[in-house]
Design a protein around this ligand. Structure first.
Ligand SMILES: [Zn+2]
Length: 128
């Protein structure tokens, strides 16, 4: 089962991620995480700072057993990659480089990091 953890009025609450129903309340995060682990609940993907990753709409993001990102209900998130800088999910976007050439890149909405652009700079035809 997929769950998420939310802090609410000074309490840490574990929710059923599909039904959005409260499962249990805790007084600290470590206890809530321990409870989720013990019950084999799946927590959302975590960024490098431990923050739970959400999509652009604020829905928690999970990693399935094949390593794909999806929402709690199993909706696959296409065209996303983990940001190598902060661990958040980055989205495929068209970005213009310094020469105003449009390129397909992954852009992290969290830290703004742009990576894995195609064509890569060294794949662009040399100008002379
Ligand atoms: Zn990032």
């Amino acid at each position: 089962m997929r769950v998420y953890i939310k802090s609410e009025e000074g309490k840490i609450v574990v929710y059923d991620a599909v039904k959005n129903e409260k499962i249990k309340e805790f007084s600290d995060m470590a206890e809530a995480v321990k409870f989720a682990m013990e019950n084999h609940y799946q927590l959302p993907a975590q960024a490098f700072n431990g923050e739970f990753v959400t999509d652009k709409e604020g829905n928690f993001v999970y990693v399935d057993d094949k390593g794909f990102f999806e929402l709690a209900d199993g909706t696959l998130l296409e065209g996303v990659k983990r940001c190598p800088k902060c661990g958040w999910i980055a989205y495929g976007e068209e970005v213009c480089d310094e020469d105003k050439q449009p390129r397909e890149c992954f852009v992290c909405p969290k830290c703004g990091y742009v990576f894995d652009c195609t064509p890569a700079p060294d794949e662009l035809p040399a100008e002379d």
